[in-house]
Write a protein that binds this ligand. Structure first.
Ligand SMILES: [Zn+2]
Length: 302
């Protein structure tokens, strides 16, 4: 069913969810052939030469960064899906910047958790042994890098980067606030009025003679993913000999297909999640529980 080149066919597919509802997910039963034998899995890890790790919102949630879906999936009276879109940004860039100012604040106050740290430590250990690991993350915080991971592909972008809408310049930006006018804004409380910052006082490009409007360098809902980055991802999925799918409910495309694509080559894939997902049936292993508990066990030095 899944084959090489599958991602190429999904290039141009917009970021979004399938029609699997939360209710349907909650009712997903555990009738799966995926194994949960940790001892056997540790042997598989010890033999792997290149591990591809796909991470999602569950990993960030354990650090206190709220997910786009589920509880807290709202800012003021807005659903994230209504405010993190290109249309919302062109209509009201002040509102979108206020929202991302709030998200940057959350990210800057959170710390990597045990899952982030175990992945970073494993990558470091593997590198010393001439082996390698890549993290392909859907998360827009920088917690993997903060934990020490070196080889990270941020397929949905990063809230710690800006992109100029005029010249396209991308810059890492850890200033908080990004510009003076965002100071004290971004409260999720619907009772507190929006700041309605004039567009010329929003973050502007610092390239000489540009001064274009900056936006967060993230993939908004409804936007396509960077095709160069997806080509890199495809290469990694093609060469890995073990794949971990961590903290993702595998319903946001195209990332939902990465694990099944690797599994279709006969390569072991292990899923770490709070519950089974629509893709669990494709995987060799499924470890249920908080990633901060299961991942460190699975990647323990032995
Ligand atoms: Zn510019």
């Amino acid at each position: 069913m899944f084959h090489r080149g599958l991602i190429a066919t999904t290039l141009g597919v917009r970021l979004g969810c399938s029609h699997v509802s939360r209710r349907a997910l909650a009712l997903t039963t555990t009738t799966t052939s995926a194994k949960s034998d940790m001892k056997e899995f540790l042997e598989v890890v010890s033999k792997a030469k290149h591990i591809a790790v796909i991470t999602g919102a569950g990993v960030s949630a354990e650090s206190g960064v709220p997910t786009f879906k589920g509880d807290g999936g709202q800012w003021k009276t807005w659903q994230y899906q209504d405010i993190a879109t290109p249309e919302a940004f062109s209509r009201n860039p002040s509102r979108v910047w206020e929202f991302y100012h709030h998200r940057r604040h959350l990210v800057l106050t959170q710390k990597p958790n045990a899952a982030h740290l175990a992945l970073a430590e494993c990558e470091k250990r593997m590198r010393k042994q001439g082996r390698s690991m890549v993290i392909i993350t859907q998360n827009i915080d920088d917690l993997h890098r903060e934990a020490g991971s070196k080889h990270v592909l941020n397929i949905h972008g990063s809230v710690m980067e800006t992109r100029c809408v005029s010249c396209g310049d991308i810059a890492v930006n850890h200033q908080h606030p990004v510009c003076a006018s965002l100071e004290g804004t971004g409260s999720p409380d619907p009772e507190i009025p929006e700041a309605q910052i004039p567009v010329d006082q929003l973050p502007r490009c610092e390239q000489s003679d540009c001064r274009g409007l900056l936006r967060p360098n993230v993939v908004f809902f409804g936007e396509t993913l960077d095709s160069h980055l997806l080509t890199k991802v495809e290469k990694e999925l093609d060469i890995c000999d073990l794949c971990l799918v961590v903290g993702t409910s595998s319903i946001v495309y195209p990332a939902a297909m990465f694990g099944p694509q690797v599994a279709s080559r006969g390569v072991p894939v292990a899923e770490f999640n709070m519950a089974t997902t629509p893709k669990t049936e494709y995987f060799t292993y499924h470890f249920q529980g908080p990633c901060g508990s299961t991942v460190p066990l699975a990647l323990a030095r032995h």
